[in-house]
Design a protein around this ligand. Structure first.
Ligand code: PLP
Length: 380
């Protein structure tokens, strides 16, 4: 097997990461709640216009906080797209709630808003939406159904930081939104995330859940003379050392986003003739959406072709990957009531999808090699 010359992801440093991390080390506060955490939260709140942003150690943690904030329990159901990462469902299933899997739209691979009405029952508490690849779900339709049926909308915005729907920033439209700063994401600190609290009545409790069920955040602000155990919670906070790296990346938003858009457009242009000649689907962005250009994917005619393309890229030292396996048909999904055949689009796409290398420091020459390797593939 050839050595990988072009990885699927390479951590990319864009500016002041090292300098800020040095400052953090010198200042001697490495744990959560320090100056860099405060600056990241203020930056996110100002830039996104969300009520309150809380840094967490992952998007998964932020989603678990959503489950706690909703007081979900075994009597409850939540609707979740089948084509997503396990955390979008796991975080709520952890509280005992039952996932109801919705299929996705074949064009954007986002939750199919036309199915929601039929999936809502008197037990439904929340609709989890995932803006796949940073392209917005049909939020007007989703929020209208949710309002009508008294259900909360939670945006798992792991992919879509700075993406927009009809001019509104993703993660700020639902009652709660989450972000991921995992190494593979556009803005990263290795492992990290954020909870965006868009409903001001939930802020105080969110701060308590974040910090092991204590009112320590109020104590830090001198709003309490001591802190103690006041609610459920866990250790969801991000270390300030990681927040120092994150701040450098957040400050480089324009540079990061424009480079990702350039790479995405380069693939779209370079692969279009090959794709249309061979029945390969390229991604589409509906007119209402400003994408965050988180990832570039192709949908091959069938699973066999997909696997042969991945193997072909590997022999040329290029790592493409697939994801997600439809959750309704996964071992855990089946245990929680999912059925094979329940989400035909998600099940089909999970066999046919390929993601190409996409990261800030991908060079033009590397992208040309990937494009060239893909367009030389003819084993359909
Ligand atoms: C849609 C989605 N939600 C949640 C997550 C989990 O993010 P994290 O690794 O920050 O917990 C991922 C990870 O890739 C994801 O793709």
């Amino acid at each position: 097997m050839a050595d990988i010359r072009i990885p699927f992801n390479r951590p990319s440093f864009v500016g002041r990461e090292r300098a800020y991390m040095e400052q953090c080390l010198a200042a001697g506060q490495l744990s959560g709640g320090g100056g860099f955490t405060r600056r990241c939260c203020e930056l996110l709140e100002a830039r996104l216009g969300c009520g309150r942003a809380l840094l967490t150690s992952s998007c998964t943690d932020a989603l678990e906080m959503c489950g706690l904030l909703l007081d979900l329990g075994p009597q409850d159901e939540f609707i979740v797209p089948s084509f997503t990462f396990t955390s979008s469902a796991n975080a709520f299933a952890l509280r005992g709630a039952r996932p109801v899997f919705a299929d996705v739209r074949p064009d954007t691979l986002n939750i199919d808003e036309r199915q929601l009405e039929a999936l809502i029952t008197p037990r439904t508490r929340a609709i989890i939406v995932v803006h796949y690849a940073g392209v917005a779900c049909a939020m007007d339709e989703i929020c209208a159904v949710a309002r009508k049926r008294g259900v909360m909308v939670i945006e798992d915005n792991a992919h879509g930081i700075f993406g927009k729907y009809k001019g509104r920033l993703l993660g700020t439209i639902g009652t709660l939104g989450t972000l991921s700063f995992h190494e593979t994401k556009s803005v990263s600190c290795g492992e990290g995330g954020a909870l965006l609290v868009n409903d001001s009545t939930l802020v105080e409790r969110a701060e308590i859940l974040l910090d092991k069920g204590t009112n320590r955040q109020q104590f830090f602000r001198q709003q309490a003379d001591k802190y103690t155990w006041v609610d459920l919670g866990s250790s969801f906070v991000l270390a300030d050392l990681l927040a120092s790296m994150l701040l450098a990346q957040l400050e480089a938003e324009v540079e990061i986003c424009s480079r990702r858009e350039e790479i995405w457009r380069g693939y779209q242009r370079g692969l279009s003739a090959w794709a249309s000649a061979n029945g390969v689907l390229q991604p589409t962005i509906p007119p209402d959406c400003d994408s965050s250009y988180h990832l570039y994917h192709l949908i091959l005619p069938n699973g066999g072709v997909r696997d042969r393309l991945l193997a072909h890229l590997r022999t040329l030292g290029i790592l493409g990957v697939f994801h997600y396996q439809a959750l309704n048909a996964s071992p855990m999904g089946l245990r929680l009531g999912g059925r094979i055949g329940q989400c035909p689009v998600a099940e089909d796409v999970s066999m046919r999808l390929v993601r190409l290398p996409m990261f800030f420091s991908l060079t033009g020459a590397e992208q040309d090699q990937v494009t060239d390797a893909v367009t030389r593939f003819d084993s359909f």
